[in-house]
Design a protein around this ligand. Structure first.
Ligand code: FMN
Length: 235
């Protein structure tokens, strides 16, 4: 059994403090940048995130050029400040990005991409690769019935949200503010990624956007949540 030490209590307090500190930041202080080492730590938390079967069906696109950010403004209503009468997260965030989700082109069981991933990223022996192909194939076709391109891309998107959650929490622990963003038009974002960001949209679709930086002001409303009893059941 783990002894409860002073440092355990400190870490518990730090975690809860970080979760209370975090809020969905609408407007950042445009003059404050997250330093490179701090942002590298946030990215590392994303990269090291767990993914189903270890497939890592995501990529992180950072959009730092103001011109490139503006290409997203018209259809990214959750990030363009239309609700706050500001230039929004797009105009003020120190770091802005999009997490892409893999499509069926690569995430279908037995695909060339996955076999290459098992071989060269996970360093699995050939007989284990056969086991993975079989197990993932059954998971896809039978256990979860994920077979269409949309279903497979959405499954990849679920993994992308875990990545983002870890980045956000890492940020909060470091005193960095953030906002998850899914207020955007999926079709127009996909087209823009293809036309202006060199994304092969047959292989990658946008899952979720994010912004990091330092809050311009404190949140307007205190955090409100359902009670623990409402959201947790013990058996
Ligand atoms: C997946 C996801 C997408 C979100 N999309 C947006 C968005 O597009 N724009 C925005 O300002 N906030 C967005 N939010 C923030 C939520 O509205 C916010 O987390 C929620 O109201 C709770 O408030 P809090 O995060 O400040 O505690 C999003 C949150 C999540 C988890």
């Amino acid at each position: 059994m783990n002894a409860i030490t002073t440092s355990t209590l400190d870490v518990r307090a730090q975690i809860i403090d970080a979760f209370n500190f975090r809020h969905a930041t609408k407007v950042f202080d445009a003059d404050r940048k997250v330093d490179d080492e701090t942002f590298a730590t946030i990215l590392e938390a994303g990269r090291l995130s767990p993914t189903s079967f270890g497939h890592e069906p995501f990529r992180i696109l950072l959009v730092q050029s103001p011109e490139k950010r503006e290409l997203l403004r018209a259809f990214s209503w959750g990030a363009n400040g239309m609700m706050s009468g500001t230039s929004g997260q797009l105009g003020t965030a120190s770091h802005f990005g999009i997490i892409l989700a893999s499509t069926a082109a690569t995430m279908t069981a037995g695909s060339e991409y996955l076999v290459d991933h098992y071989r060269h990223v996970k360093h699995l022996p050939e007989d284990i690769i056969d086991v993975f192909n079989g197990a993932y194939g059954k998971f896809q076709r039978i256990d979860h019935d994920i077979t269409t391109d949309r279903e497979i891309t959405d499954w990849s998107g679920k993994q992308a949200y875990i990545v983002l959650a870890n980045m956000i929490t890492a940020g909060a622990l470091l005193g960095v503010d953030s906002c998850p963003i899914e207020g955007f038009d999926m079709a127009q974002t996909t087209d823009t990624l293809g036309a202006h960001f060199g994304v092969d949209t047959s292989q990658w679709k946008p899952a979720v956007m994010f912004a990091f930086g330092y809050r311009a002001k404190e949140p307007e409303f205190p955090k409100s949540r359902r009670t623990m009893e409402d959201v947790v059941a013990w058996f």
